[in-house]
Design a protein around this ligand. Structure first.
Ligand code: AMP
Length: 210
């Protein structure tokens, strides 16, 4: 079983790449942001708490993240691709205590490019498919190509929340590269190339792990 982690600031394409990798290598995709959004939509207790942080672009406190992880991962089913977790040193320590992590891939992208990508990003409110209004818009404006539901921007893709999320990444998440480099499992990939190019580089890395 292979467990991998994708780290990258918002807009680095980690969600898209994690989805593609999960499909290619039959891994379970653990996307904590999407899991929180589902809780918010269903107005669960955890969703109501998380919403307060997410809409401001702040990280949800670790104890709620651990609760989310514990209820979302089915033990020993498949290998995992973590997307959006860990985001703090405490989360990284929690992760390595519980799972053998084979590779941590850092999708590196300049801040200005990331911001541009986020401001043109929309996603399907139902199935979560993401689109870029500049490079890959839905065929019909506002309608998902896959499921026909409404496509729009995420509640936290607003200028102040974007700035806050980027600074949260720089202050709390970027240091995880050092944490995993010390364990000799980190690798950096340039995320400014096309989705296809980045994916083929990631596939080369991941297939070596099997
Ligand atoms: P994402 O979809 O990965 O951009 O996540 C959206 C938001 O969910 C983030 O800005 C955080 O507020 C929250 N979130 C997702 N994953 C985590 C995590 N591992 N730790 C703390 N907050 C998280």
């Amino acid at each position: 079983m292979v467990n991998i982690v994708l780290i990258g600031k918002q807009g680095s394409g980690k969600g898209t790449q994690a989805k593609l990798l999960a499909k290619q290598f039959d891994l379970e995709h653990i996307n904590t942001g999407a899991l929180f959004r589902k809780h918010i939509e269903e107005q669960t207790h955890l969703g109501i708490i998380a919403d307060e942080y997410i809409k401001k672009g702040e990280l949800v406190p670790d104890k709620f993240v651990f609760q989310l992880i514990e209820e979302s991962i089915e033990p020993d089913i498949k290998g995992l691709v973590f997307d959006g977790f860990p985001r703090t040193l405490e989360q990284a320590a929690y992760l390595v205590e519980r799972y053998r992590i084979d590779k941590v891939i850092y999708l590196s992208l300049p801040i200005e490019v990331a911001k541009k990508r986020i401001t043109s990003r929309v996603e399907c409110k139902n199935c979560g498919k993401t689109y870029n209004l500049l490079t890959s818009p839905p065929l019909m404006e506002g309608v998902c190509d896959v499921c026909g539901s409404v496509v729009g921007s995420r509640a936290d893709d607003k200028p102040e929340a974007i700035e806050k999320r980027i600074s949260e990444f720089l202050e709390k998440t970027k240091i995880l590269i050092d944490f995993f480099s010390k364990r000799d499992i980190a690798i950096t990939v340039d995320a400014s190339a096309s989705v296809e190019e980045v994916f083929s580089e990631l596939c080369e890395i991941v297939k070596e792990l099997f």
